[in-house]
Design a protein around this ligand. Structure first.
Ligand SMILES: NC(=O)c1ccc[n+]([C@@H]2O[C@H](COP(=O)([O-])OP(=O)(O)OC[C@H]3O[C@@H](n4cnc5c(N)ncnc54)[C@H](OP(=O)(O)O)[C@@H]3O)[C@@H](O)[C@H]2O)c1
Length: 211
């Protein structure tokens, strides 16, 4: 096993961090890249808040952590993934990219990237699969209570990996959550927006970091 450790919020050293990863996998037959890095833990406070209350630093950090680093890393490793086709990129994203959830505008925007259509158009055998994660109990979010729709990361890993090869670009990766997303898609736009808005308001008002 090879490890490369870097703080990707250290903008001045992002290229060096990517070089470090590329060097460490240089002699391996790399066919799978999983971009899991992300979140807003620790640097967006409170996490749910109106767009106008985000500081410049929070906007830059959210985009760097959830998008810039993984896009640049994927781009740099692309020649290797292309040489080793068939290959796979799994982007661990968030369901808020599709839900249009209020009070998470920057995080939602940073999770909306997708390369799959381009790979298809270019006839590349590089599968790009985005897993649209919802509330999940993880080391970074260990305070979340698990339930039918809120699994632990360990519980949702196997079903998420089974979606590889499913020929869809983005997947919930966990049945109860797929059900939740399908139900929201079934009801009309304005009704779904009311439910999502109520949930976003609740999360904003119960955020322990909200003053
Ligand atoms: N948990 C949820 O409810 C939820 C919901 C929607 C989407 N997601 C997405 O799922 C993915 C995993 O989230 P998670 O809940 O597992 O969060 P997490 O426990 O906070 O882990 C986030 C990952 O990003 C890494 N990371 C965070 N800040 C970093 C930095 N400055 N430099 C380098 N690495 C850094 C962490 O590395 P270390 O392990 O070294 O700290 C960890 O591997 C993220 O992309 C997140 O957006 C999670």
């Amino acid at each position: 096993m090879k490890l490369a450790i870097a703080d990707v919020l250290d903008r001045d050293n992002m290229s060096a961090a990517i070089d470090q990863v590329v060097t460490s996998v240089g002699d391996l037959h790399l066919t799978v890249l999983i971009n899991n890095i992300g979140g807003i833990n620790g640097f967006v406070k409170p996490q749910f808040k109106p767009f106008k209350n985000h500081t410049t630093q929070e906007i830059v950090a959210t985009i760097d952590l959830n998008n810039s680093f993984s896009m640049q890393l994927t781009n740099t490793l692309f020649p290797v993934l292309k040489k080793n086709e068939p290959s796979l990129v799994i982007n661990i994203g968030s369901m808020v990219a599709n839900l249009k959830m209020p009070y998470l505008a920057v995080y939602s925007a940073a999770n909306a990237a997708n390369l799959a259509a381009e790979m298809r158009l270019e006839n590349r055998k590089i599968e790009i699969l985005c897993i649209l994660v919802g509330n999940t109990s993880t080391p970074g979010r260990h305070t979340i209570r698990t339930s039918f729709t809120v699994p632990t990361a360990r519980v949702m890993t196997a079903p998420a990996l089974k979606r590889v090869g499913c020929s869809r670009d983005a997947e919930a990766g966990y049945f109860p959550r797929a059900l939740q997303q399908a139900s929201l898609a079934l009801i009309s736009g304005w009704l779904a927006a009311i439910f999502i808005g109520m949930e976003a308001t609740k999360l904003r008002d119960t955020d322990p970091e909200a003053s």
